[in-house]
Write a protein that binds this ligand. Sequence first.
Ligand code: NDP
Length: 286
Amino acid sequence: MGLKRLGVLGWPVDHSRSPAMQNAALAATGLDGAFVYERLAVSPDAFPETVAGLPAAGFAGVNVTIPHKEAALALATAVSADARAIGAANTLTFGPGEGAVRADNTDAPGLLDALGEPAPRTALVLGAGGSARAAAYALRAAGAAVAVWNRSPERAGALAADLGVAAVDGPVAAEVLVNCTSVGLHDPAATFKELPVNADDIGEYACVVDLVYRDGGTELLRQAERRGCRCVDGLEILVRQGARSFQIWTGRAAPLDVMRRAARTGFEPSELLPSPTGRRADRDDP
Ligand code: NDP
């Protein structure tokens, strides 16, 4: 049997660290002769047609990222209960049989994996977009009482009604704070102006999770760390959802440490080999 293709579909997708992380995992488990993981820039218009052609092009499965997570769910022929309830999928698996597409959502269990046991009893989720839906769903399914705040309150209300959690219009006490907004990505200095929590109060949350990841870290986690909170960053969340996808496609346990290293450096396994000059290949996106 030939090399099976995997990949990530997004628009844009240039800065995705999934190819580095998944190819490192394949190499570490000896599966790099069986699978290769690619980056595929696909516009929303082209998404359904592109996905329909992937099995014939040798793809066994793909991750999908912004803005395709809802569209991925819509074109699947089988959908996991998690993906159905969340309303979004980030993992597609093709076959068995022609035209079969299974949709899973590994963002939700990935968050719980990153938090570890025991699951929190209370959580405050900031945001009401796709990742907030996955986080609120996962935490509630794990038994937590979940409050959701969003800049646009009507979206928080809709999410709360859909998922059986509470919408709030300001910060509430909780064991875990999960930032599922994009605040902090482009302007870290604005973080505490745009989120409903103050740096001085952040220490009241035993654990702070920031889905946003950027070089140099985020201001939310910097302040949380300073105040002694347990911190989970966006790269760990990325690794954990990717580990779940890896297991779905290969049936093998994912090598978490290898994936963490690759996600943090952004380098593919071949790029980590010494070059003839002894220097590592240059890349735009670290
Ligand atoms: P969406 O576009 O679906 O949602 C964005 C959310 O951010 C909305 O709730 C929006 O509020 C809020 N928001 C945006 N700007 C502001 C602002 N200035 N002030 C307050 N709230 C704001 O995105 P996703 O849910 O898919 O992703 C959210 C973030 O999480 C992104 O930065 C993404 O990169 C990151 N992410 C990380 C993952 C990982 O693996 N680490 C996985 C998925 C996402 P409103 O409704 O009012 O517009």
